[in-house]
Design a protein around this ligand. Structure first.
Ligand code: NAD
Length: 264
């Protein structure tokens, strides 16, 4: 199978690093014209240059906007009127015991991880339906299915994304537009790598040992037994965005290294 996204424009939210950057790179390698997003203009410019260098000849643009806010979503809509592919990747995580999570954190997590994608889908779905082709992908998590005790508020947002994406897919009946979720397992993005580096420094052990301990103690059902790479996650997303994935709609697709034990 050869994936050709030539002529398609893709917007990946929160894509100056991590899984988002890898998805943007994968889409660019498949021929899509790609729009990167982050909050700070300097970081977006740097990521655009990095992607252009990594995929020579790729058409890459950037839009700096804080998509965790309604204002940022409006700024993005004003600068990018139309896309064929929308990947709602932006997301934050922070371990915190349930009893210490205040209302403000619950609301911040909901707005950043869920409402951001809702706003973006509301922006771009109408034109996709008009053109009768489009792809919307929500980057959820295995935490959607296995709520993590160390961050219940994060798990809540990831489960909500499944409901939202399935619900939006219901309004694409009989069209060439699909709306799906992808559920990565623990993945070595910059954010996660920094997190393990800090934990390893505190415990006085090498980072690799800290990562192995995390998998053994917190994700003991992992079949992969290691963190996934960002490219492994991006490959699934590029496929879901491809013309070949036309019969996959309203689905929750796992790249979780087998962490989730049930099969349906
Ligand atoms: P990351 O922290 O490494 O990168 C997130 C990116 O989003 C960064 O470029 C950051 O600058 C940007 N960003 C943050 N807030 C923003 C905002 N308000 N507006 C615009 N950009 C913003 O994250 P990651 O680990 O690559 O995770 C990406 C997605 O994958 C998230 O939705 C996360 O929940 C999901 N996920 C990650 C893992 C994992 O183990 N890494 C596992 C499952 C799901």
């Amino acid at each position: 199978m050869k994936i050709d996204l030539g002529g398609k424009t893709a917007l990946v939210t929160g894509s100056t690093s991590g899984i988002g950057f890898a998805i943007a790179k994968g889409l660019a390698e498949a021929g899509a014209s790609v729009i990167l997003n982050g909050r700070a203009a300097a970081r977006v410019d740097e990521a655009v240059a990095r992607l252009r260098a990594a995929v020579p000849g790729a058409e890459v643009k950037g839009v700096a906007a804080d998509l965790a806010t309604a204002e940022g979503a409006g700024q993005c809509a004003a600068r990018v009127a139309d896309v064929d592919i929308l990947v709602n990747n932006l997301g934050i995580f922070e371990p915190k015991p349930f009893l210490e999570i205040p209302d403000a954190d619950w609301l911040r997590f909901f707005e950043t991880n869920v409402l951001s994608g809702v706003r973006m889908a509301r922006n771009y779905l109408p034109k996709m339906l008009e053109k009768n082709w489009g792809r919307i992908v929500f980057i959820s998590s295995e935490s959607a299915l296995n709520t993590p005790v160390e961050m219940v508020h994060y798990g809540m947002t990831k489960t909500a994304q499944l409901a939202v994406s399935r619900g939006i897919a219901e309004s694409t009946v009989g069209t060439g537009v699909t709306v799906n979720s992808v559920l990565p397992g623990p993945t070595r993005s910059e954010g996660v790598s920094d997190f393990f580096a800090r934990m390893a420094a505190e415990a006085g052990v090498p980072q690799a040992e800290m990562e192995a301990r995390f998998i053994a103690e917190h994700r003991p059902t992992s079949l992969l037994r290691r963190l996934a790479s960002v490219e492994e996650v991006a490959n699934m997303v590029v496929y879901v965005c491809s013309p070949q994935a036309s019969a996959t709609n309203g689905a929750a697709l796992r790249v979780d290294g087998g962490v989730v034990k049930f099969v349906a």
